[in-house]
Ligand binder design. Structure first.
Ligand SMILES: C[S@@+](CC[C@H](N)C(=O)[O-])C[C@H]1O[C@@H](n2cnc3c(N)ncnc32)[C@H](O)[C@@H]1O
Length: 215
């Protein structure tokens, strides 16, 4: 019913979260989205942004993907249903309310080939001993990437965990002096990283595509 009514006007349920503020699950024109107060988290513009980034990555020989920032799981949906990636995905999300929304509203739950870790992504990467062919970094609180994910330590750890590509969603409408540019500079100058900067994706996001390998 909500789906049908959503063609007339949006149908929104609000959930309050300690980590993320007010979350909104909205049916809009027959499609369900997850939003925060000021940003789309999943299945809207954000999914298109990540799909553009993923279109530049070869998944043909990828056997393992790590998603940091599960949200409602739209990138999992894209990998499975649009890119036909059927191997292992590990996904990390610190907000229990969001994990519940992913499960109940978007049918994203633990299975043989999808392991969801309810954990802070910083702790996860510090303790992780696995490596991944693709790492998707999509860590936001509302419109901002938390500053601990813009540090040299975090970038170095990402490179250690990578055996292929890293897709890093760096932010929205970044001004010249934004600390996120530190991440760009780190990968630009690192001898083991080949960096492509994808700017103005869907008019506003900056994505970094990093391929690991010696130059
Ligand atoms: C834009 S959403 C991710 C959307 C998701 N990648 C998708 O495709 O639907 C950003 C997510 O990062 C999560 N996040 C923010 N800080 C985090 C942290 N320290 N550890 C783990 N997850 C975090 C948020 O709770 C939110 O779910």
């Amino acid at each position: 019913m909500k789906k049908l009514l959503s063609y007339l006007w949006p149908q929104t349920s609000k959930i309050s979260s300690e980590h993320s503020g007010t979350l909104e699950v909205t049916w809009y024109n027959g499609k369900k989205l997850l939003d925060t107060q000021n940003a789309n988290y999943s299945y809207g513009l954000l999914q298109k942004v990540l799909e553009f980034g993923l279109s530049k990555v070869s998944l043909a020989h990828a056997n393992s993907v790590l998603v940091l920032g599960l949200g409602g799981g739209s990138v999992v949906h894209s990998l499975r249903n649009k890119l036909n990636y059927d191997k292992q995905i590990d996904a990390v999300e610190w907000d229990e309310k969001i994990i519940t929304i992913a499960k109940n509203e978007f049918e994203i739950f633990n299975s043989d080939k999808l392991k969801i870790y309810h954990e802070d992504a910083l702790e996860f990467v510090k303790n992780c001993i696995s490596t991944y062919d693709l790492i998707v970094v999509d860590l936001f609180i509302d419109t901002e990437v938390p500053e601990q994910f813009l540090t040299t330590d975090f970038c170095e750890k990402l490179l250690q965990l990578s055996t292929g590509s890293i897709l890093f969603n760096l932010g929205i409408h970044l001004l010249e002096d934004h600390p996120a540019h530190h991440v760009t500079s780190f990968f630009k100058h690192h001898p083991e990283a080949h960096l492509t900067v994808l700017d103005h994706v869907q008019g506003k996001n900056t994505l970094l595509l990093i391929k690991k390998g010696h130059s």
